[in-house]
Design a protein around this ligand. Structure first.
Ligand code: NAD
Length: 424
């Protein structure tokens, strides 16, 4: 797994282990029945597929793909599709389970799913990516659908890929099925506000966390790792709230300016140069150094395994708001807690994306589209309520926000499972 984890053990770096470690503690605190524990921990369905593709040069290659449906008790499974050479079945399993808990925390009536194809899009042409996408969809078509499992974008998949998924599924169904996938182009039934949703949700929970801890957001220092969709939108909104964005980074490295970066100018610069490095008035730092910059708010928004047993003791911040999925390993949790760092965990903090995906699916199904302000208002209400629900559980059981989030998500899915009963 890429990142500053370098020398952590394979176990610490395995995302499914990271999910399971927290699940176990939360289940124990909840006093979950051992049988129910097995049901909720085990993915409902896993499909591994081979994807044969004719390459541009006329040769054939076979790619490996997965779709994991972790839990479908509460509704159709929901979760992105990732194209990356680092995709593993364990990673897809972990991401699918996180989606289950995330949907439950946000009260979105979906279960958790995730998909991945082992491939390196930087080495593929647009036509090859399209052929991989269409064949992958044909291979998993029996288990997806608006009522079954609704994919979305994730790392290295975008709205073009979503359009190809929608088209492939629709050609098989013999009519247009926009609700098969979310994160579509607006012209194909995408929702206004979806692109900004995850960053906007992070902004909302950061405001909530600061108010909860009674720390003013105006003037607070913010460090953002990852200046892609999630990190750059969150940075812009926090900047517009009056926070002081002191350091940001991307895969090429980081920049710092203790006096604060002008995020509007930085966005233009990053668009033009495809990196934040070299932004006038800033100094360069590495991604490892960036995580250790003294700050009030640290926002990891890049990838997994960035805050680990190797660097957690050097992190100096009041709060961490996790934009990425799994940026903190389970072994780092205790170290952060010892330091009194308040962590808004991924399954709460980045739930804005799936929330507006749900709104997109709702709009597709009733064929009527909302103004952006309506999407944003509903998103804000959902995120505020989710933050407060998690804080209430954390206070009641005297646990961290991370454990509180897992406990809330597990408890809600356990309720649905028990109330439905086990079909035999
Ligand atoms: P993105 O590809 O738009 O941006 C990722 C950013 O991180 C880029 O700036 C990239 O250069 C940087 N990066 C990648 N590897 C890095 C590394 N090792 N060190 C430092 N920087 C690195 O992706 P995104 O959509 O912004 O997603 C970021 C994270 O947020 C992922 O973990 C994703 O699963 C999670 N997430 C995204 C959404 C969403 O709606 N996009 C929703 C929930 C969670």
């Amino acid at each position: 797994m890429a990142g500053s984890s370098g020398s952590i053990s394979a176990k610490e770096g395995n995302p499914f282990e990271a999910m399971s470690a927290r699940f176990e503690v939360a289940a124990r605190k909840l006093g979950l029945d051992p049988g129910l524990y097995e049901i909720l921990k085990t993915p409902d369905r896993e499909l591994a597929v081979s994807i044969p593709v004719e390459m541009d040069d006329g040769s054939y290659r076979v790619f490996q793909g997965y779709r994991v449906q972790h839990n479908m008790a509460s509704g159709p499974c929901k979760g992105g599709i990732r194209f990356s050479p680092e995709v593993t079945l364990d990673e897809v399993r972990a991401l699918a389970a996180w989606m289950t808990w995330k949907c439950a925390i946000a009260n979105v009536p979906f279960g958790g799913g995730k998909g991945g194809v082992i491939c390196d899009p930087s080495q593929l042409s647009r036509r090859e990516i399209e052929r991989i996408t269409r064949r992958y969809v044909a291979m998993i078509i029996d288990i997806i659908g608006p009522e079954r499992d609704v994919p979305a974008p994730d790392m290295n998949t975008n709205e073009n890929v979503m359009a190809w998924i929608m088209d492939t599924y629709s050609m098989h169904a013999r009519h247009a099925v926009p609700a098969i996938v979310t994160g579509k182009p607006i012209g194909l039934g995408g929702s206004l506000g979806r692109t900004e949703a995850t960053g906007r949700g992070l902004d909302v929970v950061t405001r909530e966390a600061m108010a909860y801890l009674d720390i003013p957001l105006r003037g607070a220092r913010v460090v953002v790792q990852g200046f892609g969709n999630v990190g750059s939108i969150a940075a812009r909104l926090l900047y517009e709230d009056g926070a002081n964005i002191v350091a940001v980074s991307d895969v090429h490295g980081g920049i710092v300016n203790p006096a604060g970066l002008n995020v509007h100018e930085l966005l233009k610069f990053a668009r033009a140069n495809r990196t934040v490095r070299g932004f006038p008035g800033s100094s360069e730092i590495t991604n490892e150094e960036l995580l250790e910059v003294q700050t009030d708010i640290l926002l990891p928004a890049a990838t997994e395994n960035q805050i680990t047993s190797r660097n957690a003791d050097r992190i100096s911040t009041r709060i961490i708001v996790e934009g990425a999925n799994g940026p903190t390993t389970a072994a780092a949790d205790a170290l952060l807690e010892e330091k009194g760092i308040f962590v808004v965990p991924d399954i709460l903090a980045n739930a804005g994306g799936v929330t507006v995906s749900y709104f997109e699916w709702v709009q597709n199904r009733y064929g009527y589209y909302w103004e952006e302000a309506e999407v944003n208002d509903r998103l804000e209400n959902t995120m505020v309520k989710a933050f407060r629900d998690v804080a209430t559980v954390a206070e009641k059981f005297d646990v961290s926000m991370r454990l509180g989030a897992y406990m809330l998500g597990i408890d809600r899915v356990a309720y649905t499972t028990l109330t439905r009963g086990i079909y035999a």
